[in-house]
Design a protein around this ligand. Structure first.
Ligand SMILES: [Cu+2]
Length: 137
């Protein structure tokens, strides 16, 4: 009986230590209005007209990787090159930016007339994973 109590007590201590340690090292997400580095959801605050989104191109990475907008939104999409030569194409929407180089940016405007998931990608680095999704809902 006493052995069982001691075992139970020891188990409680172990669990407590694990909880404390995992809590201390837990990464706290820095979400602001549902925005993470990978997904920009403009539908959470559907007040701004037009909807302004910026896609940054850093070497061979586009961010955010997902952008959520509403059907009918007037979109002002800015492609910003942190470094490298890039051109953004949104497949299925006849939307593309001019070429831009280091530290340049270009803004294009369009209306999201149809719902769907439209892949965007860099014309030069698509095969290297420079892609993302424009989600119109
Ligand atoms: Cu590129």
């Amino acid at each position: 009986m006493n052995t069982n109590k001691a075992l139970l007590f020891g188990l409680l201590i172990v669990i407590t230590v694990i909880l404390v340690v995992t809590n201390r090292y837990r990464v706290i997400p820095t979400d602001i209005n549902g925005e993470t580095s990978d997904t920009l959801d403009t539908t959470i605050n559907p007040k701004s007209t037009p909807v302004k989104v910026t896609i940054s191109a850093d070497s061979i990475k586009l961010s955010p990787k997902n952008i959520i907008i509403n059907q009918g939104d007037q979109v002002q999409l800015t492609l910003k090159s942190v470094n490298g030569l890039h051109q953004l194409i949104v497949e299925g929407l006849s939307v593309s930016t001019p070429d831009i180089y280091d530290n340049q940016s270009q803004t294009i405007a369009f209306v999201a007339t149809q719902k769907g998931i439209f892949q965007y990608y860099c014309k030069y680095h698509k095969d290297m994973g420079m892609t993302g999704n424009l989600i119109v809902r």
